[in-house]
Write a protein that binds this ligand. Structure first.
Ligand SMILES: [Zn+2]
Length: 204
């Protein structure tokens, strides 16, 4: 490809949770991966938005809680590789403890994921046409990461909205938000709720 394709952002979310499809033309990344047992809903929403599963180059979970990585394994089985950041590996097996049999959660295997370091994320994203990187943003959980595009869009999962932060996590959450600000984040696409502008430096 000679020219970088324009990046588009589409929400295929449900049950008050956002699942963002970030696309460079027909090369797509799915950020956050559904509730357990809801593969059919995810597939229907993708179809309704005109997004073939075969165009999704990776699935990325901002963190391994059930509402963000619930159908990761089933998507893998349908040909969508799971992009995992090294600090997330240990969190994956813990997901099972957060589910009940009636949730129909399919356990995520760990040997067949695309596991990368944060340093590798820029080149990995470039290969699918996206200019940006994946950065560690702990606070809500130790394994939380954000996808930060060079155009200022940032996908933060459940990184605690600053006005709602608890005292016990305030320092670490503030550090994550400051890091995103310093690295150019301007528009926040959270795991729940609407897109909003990035916090001003004076707010943090
Ligand atoms: Zn969470």
């Amino acid at each position: 490809m000679s020219q970088a394709a324009e990046v588009t952002i589409v929400n295929v979310g449900y049950r008050s949770t956002n699942y963002w499809v970030v696309s460079a033309g027909r090369s797509r990344l799915l950020v956050d991966l559904g509730y357990p047992g809801t593969l059919g809903i995810m597939q229907a929403n993708l179809k309704r938005m005109g997004i073939p599963l075969g165009e999704i180059r990776y699935g990325l979970a901002t963190h391994y809680h059930t509402d963000h990585a619930g159908v990761a394994q089933e998507l893998k089985q349908l040909g969508v590789p799971l992009l995992v950041l090294e600090p997330q590996v240990a969190a994956i097996p813990l997901m099972k403890q957060l589910t009940k049999p009636q949730d129909w959660y399919v356990d995520i295997s760990v040997h067949d994921n695309v596991t990368i370091s944060f340093d590798e994320s820029r080149s990995r994203l470039a290969r699918i046409g996206l200019a940006g990187e994946i950065v560690p943003t702990p606070g809500h959980s130790d394994d939380s990461v954000s996808l930060l595009l060079d155009d200022g869009s940032v996908f933060t999962g459940d990184l605690t909205p600053w006005p709602l932060v608890g005292l016990d996590e305030a320092d670490i959450v503030a550090a994550s938000w400051r890091r995103l600000r310093e690295q150019g984040a301007r528009r926040v696409y959270p795991g729940h709720g609407p897109m909003r502008p990035m916090y001003a430096e004076s707010e943090l």
